[in-house]
Design a protein around this ligand. Structure first.
Ligand code: URA
Ligand code: SF4
Length: 223
């Protein structure tokens, strides 16, 4: 199967990874999207947050979580006492998947499938090896599937501190070969809902409070 693996350099430098990702053709999504939206933030953050894929705004601006969902995330992090400046934020899939808009309308987001999640995963693994966070936060089902496997259900295990799955050993192998040292146990993983679910919900306040509660679990892990 085609994946991003051939495009990912053997590097633990986020800037180098980001530069290489600009020309990724690991799946078909690069064809219609404006640009690769790579992770951004503190390259040595103790918290790494993973979303789904860039939205319409992110696709145009080239940065993750700078649209409406980003606003919710920013506020929720602040309410959970996590400083966004000290986080690294990325997505499971780095190109925007959408249905073309009718004239003058906004392009409609399409949820990425398992093919794209798997294809793009080498970038996520490389980012993990570069940033080496203490806690990895999965925002929504797509991120949770990328990190914890396709069977993971956010509704059942959200807000729990989970051990890094064995599948993330890939990241540690990269790290070890790059650093010439033995790796640690990998990050603790916490899954929660996607910030855009708050925007779509009828009971926005409840959904938002749940997101903040889960992020407080993350804050406690960092304390
Ligand atoms: N939703 C995501 O999952 N990621 C973004 O970067 C923006 C919206
Ligand atoms: Fe490469 Fe990921 Fe973009 Fe597909 S979505 S082209 S794998 S960066």
């Amino acid at each position: 199967v085609r994946t991003a693996a051939d495009h990912v350099p053997d590097s633990t430098d986020v800037a180098e990874l980001r530069a290489a990702a600009k020309t990724c053709q690991g799946c078909d999504l690069y064809r219609d999207a404006t640009q690769t939206v790579f992770g951004a933030g503190d390259p040595h953050a103790r918290v790494m947050l993973v979303g789904e894929q860039p939205g319409d705004v992110e696709d145009r601006r080239g940065e993750p979580f700078v649209g409406p969902a980003g606003g919710v995330l920013e506020r929720a992090l602040a309410d959970a006492d996590i400083d966004r400046r000290h986080t690294y934020v990325t997505n499971a899939v780095k190109h925007f998947k959408f249905t073309p808009a009718e004239r003058g309308k906004r392009r409609l987001h399409k949820t990425p499938g398992q093919t794209e999640i798997v294809a793009c995963r080498p970038w996520l693994v490389a980012e993990l090896a570069a940033v080496r966070p203490l806690v990895l936060v999965c925002l929504g089902a797509t991120a949770a599937k990328a990190v914890l496997g396709p069977e993971f259900r956010v509704s059942r295990q959200r807000g729990q501190v989970l051990p890094a799955p064995g599948a993330l050993a890939e990241a540690e192998d990269r790290e070890r070969s790059a650093a010439g040292s033995s790796a640690g146990a990998g990050p603790a993983v916490v899954a929660t809902i996607h910030p855009s679910a708050v925007l779509r919900a009828r009971d926005r306040d409840d959904m938002y409070a749940g997101l903040v509660d889960d992020l407080r679990v993350v804050a406690r892990e960092l304390a």
